[in-house]
Design a protein around this ligand. Structure first.
Ligand code: FE2
Length: 212
């Protein structure tokens, strides 16, 4: 969850804990929607272009991480990509039931339970679902940081060009910059993986800079 693109909305939109820990049906393992269908769902549910871009950026970073860092095969990489692409799909239309609605939709569509669990655990403090798999942990790591780095790009005349890790680290320490991004969540997410923040920031810059 990331609120950068929602400046017109109240920052404290209530979010419901999901109250469950099992998602999807194990019989649906490997069952993934076509990317075109996922994009069509976004087009229907997410009129806000910045929010759609956020999801496309997280999707690109997730897919790249799966392929480059986890040695994932094509099907697995598509799971990572779809989780990124759909994780906030219900946020604009159903802010009071964010996460629950997209989960129910994906369950109806018989989508692979791994993808649904990753979406359910992308904000453990909000949804009450702990990240378990590496895919769960990485979406939690990337979600806030991706939005934060994009916010930093938007205030630079050259956007991503020439952006360095040091400037992002400095902005993270500046509480007033993108104040709605929870530094606590970023630290909590990072504490669950072995990769240092600097490396994650560089990875995000490299893989979301060309997403449009
Ligand atoms: Fe998000």
């Amino acid at each position: 969850m990331i609120y950068i693109f929602t400046k017109n909305r109240p920052m404290s939109t209530p979010v419901l804990a999901l109250g469950r820990s099992v998602f999807g049906d194990p019989a649906n393992k490997g069952n993934l929607p076509h990317l075109e269908d996922a994009h069509a769902l976004l087009a229907e549910w997410v009129p806000n272009e910045r929010l759609r871009l956020h999801m496309k950026q997280v999707a690109a970073v997730m897919k790249a991480w799966a392929l480059e860092r986890e040695g994932a095969d094509e099907l697995t990489a598509r799971k990572w990509e779809l989780a990124g692409l759909l994780h906030d799909a219900d946020w604009e239309k159903y802010p009071e039931a964010h996460c629950r609605i997209i989960i129910e939709k994906l369950e109806e569509m018989n989508v692979d339970p791994d993808v649904i669990h990753t979406i359910a655990s992308h904000g453990p403090k909000h949804f009450g679902v702990e990240p378990e798999t590496k895919m769960d942990k990485m979406i939690y790591v990337f979600d806030e940081l991706s939005g934060f780095i994009h916010a930093a790009a938007l205030i630079r005349p050259t956007r991503y060009e020439g952006m360095d890790v040091k400037s992002i680290l400095k902005k993270l320490k500046t509480a007033s910059f993108a104040a709605q991004v929870s530094r606590d969540d970023i630290n909590d997410a990072l504490s669950r993986i072995d990769t240092p923040l600097e490396e994650i920031i560089q990875f995000v810059i490299d893989h979301q800079k060309d997403v449009v």
